[in-house]
Design a protein around this ligand. Structure first.
Ligand SMILES: [Fe+2]
Ligand SMILES: [Fe+2]
Length: 166
């Protein structure tokens, strides 16, 4: 398996959950909380592992604009991290929750599309098959570690190399 397959499988689950979340109303605060927790459990480990297993190698790629897409990805993750944090501290029966969720959904759908269309293309030019297979193994290992952290109630931050550009 190459890293793209592992990432795409998560993207599919993320998009399904976003649809479910977007279909909830202010009368379903309980369901919103439960689904938001589910989304966080997939999204946060995915993003943190993706940053290290894909974005970091892309930042070092010689392929034109590959690094720019990695930097853009980091910023899009940071925006969603911020909104997810806000959502967690907002009541599910608040109209603000509904509005923030629709921004999260739009941002993530755009982000996922750009990743699958543009970032994967640059990555496929940058890394050969065996490298992409190794990256898949790294991604899955990191994702499991970040999932442990999320389950322990922590929200792992972006790597320190990115603090300056946030
Ligand atoms: Fe992704
Ligand atoms: Fe991403």
């Amino acid at each position: 398996m190459q890293i793209y397959d592992a990432l795409k499988a998560d993207h599919k689950r993320i998009k399904q959950l976003l649809k479910k979340l977007d279909a909830t109303t202010e009368k379903e605060a309980g369901a919103r909380k439960k689904l938001l927790g589910e989304l966080k459990g997939i999204l946060v480990p995915h993003a943190r592992a993706e940053e290290q297993a894909l974005y970091e190698p892309l930042k070092k790629s010689d392929v034109k604009e590959a690094d720019a897409l990695a930097f853009e990805g980091y910023e899009e993750h940071a925006v969603v991290d911020h909104l997810m944090e806000q959502l967690e501290s907002t009541a599910g029966n608040d109209k603000k929750w509904t509005a923030m969720m629709s921004v999260v959904k739009e941002s993530l759908e755009h982000h996922i599309e750009e990743e699958e269309e543009d970032t994967f293309k640059k990555a496929k030019k940058s890394f050969d098959r065996s490298e992409a297979e190794e990256m898949a193994a790294t991604f899955l290992k990191l994702k499991a570690e970040f999932l442990r952290q999320v389950r322990a109630g922590k929200t792992p931050p972006q790597p320190p190399s990115h603090e300056l550009v946030r």
